[in-house]
Design a protein around this ligand. Structure first.
Ligand code: FAD
Ligand code: FES
Ligand code: FES
Length: 490
C-alpha cells in the first residue's frame, strides 16, 4: 500500500497496476482533469504537479511531470495539483498574477505554468529573471504568450505572502513524517500479475531483484515510463530504488564524490559544481526542472542511451559505478561499462548502487558542450566533454568523450593522442579536430545527420582552443562566460 496526502487528507492506494502514473491517478481515478496530458513524454509541462516533501529543512515543493511519474513513487509526499491551490473563491497569488498579466492563454499549458510558478513561489529564491526562466524551462507555450507569463511570475514573486500551504506547513510536515513510517516491506501497489515494490534499503533491492528476475528497476521513471506512455509497453513488475534510504547519500572525501542511485540531478548539482563549475551549463540544460527533480544520475548511466549527457562527463573525468547484487558489490570504471547499443556490463540481478566521480585534479582544463536544437529541455544531438591536464599551456593528458557520435557514449582515443603534447596557445588544433573522423562513425537520425555531427564535433575542438585563449564569444549562456574565467587554469 502507498500513502500520501492529497487535499490535506491521507490517501491509501494498493490495488492499481504498477505502471499507473500520477496523471492517470488524478484524471482517471479521481476525475480531476485540471492537470492536462499534452505529450505524455515529459516534454511540454502541461501535466506539471507539485510534490511537497518533508526534509530536515522543512517542506520542499518539487515540480514533476505527472505523465511519466510512477504513482508508487509518491508515497510519503503531499500531491498538489492545480485544483488544490485556490483558497475558497480566492485565487492563489500565482493564478491572480497570470490573470492580471493576461498570461493565461490556452487551457492546456496554463495549468502546467501555474503549477511551475506555484513551486517557484515556495522556493528559496530571490525572484530573479534567471530563476524564473529556469522554473519555466520545462513548460511550453506554443502560442508565444511567454512574455506575459514571465511578467506574471515577476509580479507574483515581488510580494510573496503566506498562503494556505505555508500556514499549514508544520501540520503537513507532521503528517508526512507519520506517513513515511508506514512504509511496508511488501509490494506497495499490487493488482493481478502486477507489483510495485518500494524496498527500504539497498540490500532489499538486491534481494527483490534476485526473487523477481523479470522486474524492471525504476528511479525517476523519466526514461522508463516513456516505454509505457509512448510504446504502450506494460511495466507489470517494478522495483523502485528511490525508496531505499541508503541510496540517497552524497559522500565526498579527498579522492571521490559518491552519489547513491536515488540522487536526482537536482540534488547532485551543488556538489558537482563545487568541484567542476564548468559543468554548470550542462547540468542546467539537462531536461527541465521537472526532469532534474525526478530523474537520477544513476538512471542516466544505467539507461545507456548513446545521447545521455552524464556518460561523456564520467568518461572524460575517469568516473566509475558500483554494481550491487545479492552476491556483493563490484566496481566498474565507466570506460568498461558500455559494451554495445544499450548493452552494458550490468548483469542480471545487478543494479547501479553508486556513481563515483573523482575529485578535481590540479591544472585541469575542462569543457562540456551540449549541442541541441533547443537551448532548454532538449536531448543532445552531440555532447562533447574535454578534460585536459596541463603543464603551462601544454596538454600532458587528454580525455575526450562524446555522446551522440556512436552507438554508445565513447572516448575519442585518436583525438586524445592528437591533443597530447599540444601547446594550446601556439599550436594548431586542426589535427585533433581531423582525428574525430577516425574515432567516430555517427548515424543520421531525426536529431542530426551524421555529417552534421562529425562537423560540429570537430568544430568543438576549435571552440575549446578559442575559449582557452580567452575568447568567450563562443558562449551564448552568461554562466559559461563567467565560468571560462574561473576554470581556465584551475
Ligand atoms: C523531457 C525529457 C528531457 C530529458 N532531457 C535529458 C537530457 O537533457 N539529457 C539526458 O541525458 N537525458 C535526458 N532525459 C532522459 C532522462 O531524464 C535521464 O536519462 C534520467 O537521468 C533518467 O533517470 P531516471 O531516474 O528517471 O531513470 P528511470 O527512467 O527510472 O530508469 C532509466 C533506465 O535505467 C534503469 N535503472 C534505473 N535505476 C537503475 C539503477 N539504480 N540500476 C540499474 N538500472 C537502473 C531502468 O530500469 C531504466 O531502464 C530526458 C527525458 C525527458 C523525458
Ligand atoms: S503531458 Fe507533456 S510533459 Fe506531461
Ligand atoms: S498557453 Fe498554451 S499555447 Fe500558449
Amino acid at each position: 500500500m502507498i500513502r500520501f496526502l492529497h487535499q490535506e487528507r491521507e490517501v491509501a492506494i494498493e490495488d492499481v497496476p504498477a505502471d499507473t502514473t500520477v496523471l492517470d491517478y488524478l484524471r482517471e481515478h479521481r476525475g480531476l482533469i485540471g492537470t492536462k496530458e499534452g505529450c505524455a513524454s515529459g516534454d511540454c509541462g502541461a501535466c506539471t504537479v507539485v510534490l511537497a516533501k518533508a526534509t530536515e529543512q522543512g517542506l520542499q515543493y518539487v515540480p514533476i511531470n505527472a505523465c511519466i511519474a510512477p504513482l508508487g513513487s509518491i508515497h510519503g509526499t503531499q500531491l498538489i495539483s492545480v485544483e488544490d491551490i485556490k483558497e475558497g473563491a480566492t485565487w492563489h497569488p500565482v493564478q491572480r498574477a497570470m490573470i492580471e498579466c493576461h498570461a493565461s492563454q490556452c487551457g492546456f499549458c496554463t495549468p502546467g505554468f501555474v503549477m511551475s510558478l506555484f513551486a517557484l513561489y515556495h522556493a528559496d529564491i530571490k525572484g530573479e529573471r534567471e530563476e524564473i526562466l529556469e522554473a519555466l524551462g520545462g513548460n511550453l507555450c506554443r502560442c508565444t504568450g511567454y512574455r506575459p507569463i514571465i511578467d506574471a511570475a515577476e509580479q507574483a514573486l515581488a510580494h510573496v505572502e503566506d498562503d494556505k500551504f505555508s500556514r499549514r506547513a508544520q501540520a503537513t510536515l507532521d503528517q508526512l513524517r507519520a506517513l513515511k513510517d508506514t512504509e511496508s516491506e511488501t509490494a506497495a501497489l499490487e493488482s493481478t500479475h502486477s507489483h510495485y515494490f518500494r524496498p527500504g534499503n539497498a540490500d532489499h533491492v538486491a534481494q527483490l531483484l534476485a526473487q523477481h528476475p523479470e522486474a524492471r528497476l525504476v528511479a525517476g521513471g523519466t526514461d522508463l515510463f516513456l516505454e509505457n506512455t509512448q510504446s504502450l509497453t506494460p511495466l507489470p513488475v517494478l522495483i523502485d530504488v528511490s525508496a531505499a534510504s541508503d541510496l540517497h547519500h552524497i559522500d565526498c572525501d579527498t579522492e571521490h564524490m559518491r552519489f547513491g542511485a536515488a540522487v536526482t540531478h537536482r540534488a547532485c548539482q551543488a556538489a558537482v559544481i563545487t568541484d567542476y563549475p564548468e559543468l554548470t551549463e550542462l547540468i542546467e540544460r539537462f531536461g527541465s526542472l521537472q526532469i532534474r527533480s525526478q530523474g537520477t544520475l544513476a538512471g542516466n548511466i544505467a539507461n545507456a542511451s548513446p545521447i545521455g549527457d552524464w556518460p561523456p562527463v564520467l568518461l572524460a573525468l575517469g568516473g566509475a559505478i558500483e554494481l550491487r547484487s545479492s552476491a556483493g558489490t563490484r566496481l566498474v570504471p565507466l570506460d568498461d561499462f558500455f559494451l554495445e547499443y544499450r548493452k552494458t556490463e550490468q548483469q542480471a540481478g545487478e543494479f547501479v548502487a553508486t556513481v563515483i566521480l573523482p575529485r578535481r585534479k590540479k591544472n585541469l582544463f575542462l569543457r562540456a558542450y551540449k549541442i541541441s536544437k533547443r537551448f532548454e529541455d532538449d536531448i543532445s544531438s552531440v555532447c562533447g566533454v574535454f578534460a585536459l591536464g596541463l603543464e603551462g599551456d601544454r596538454v600532458t593528458e587528454a580525455k575526450v568523450a562524446f555522446g551522440g557520435m556512436a552507438a554508445i557514449p565513447k572516448r575519442g582515443t585518436s583525438v586524445e593522442l592528437a591533443l597530447t603534447g599540444l601547446d594550446l596557445v601556439s599550436d594548431s588544433i586542426d589535427a585533433a579536430a581531423a582525428a574525430i573522423a577516425n574515432d567516430f562513425e555517427p548515424i543520421d537520425d531525426a536529431r542530426a545527420s551524421a555529417q552534421y555531427r562529425l562537423t560540429v564535433a570537430a568544430r568543438l575542438l576549435t571552440r575549446l582552443q578559442q575559449e582557452y585563449i580567452g575568447d568567450s564569444a563562443t558562449r551564448v549562456h552568461p554562466l559559461g562566460i563567467s565560468q571560462a574565467g574561473v576554470s581556465s587554469h584551475g
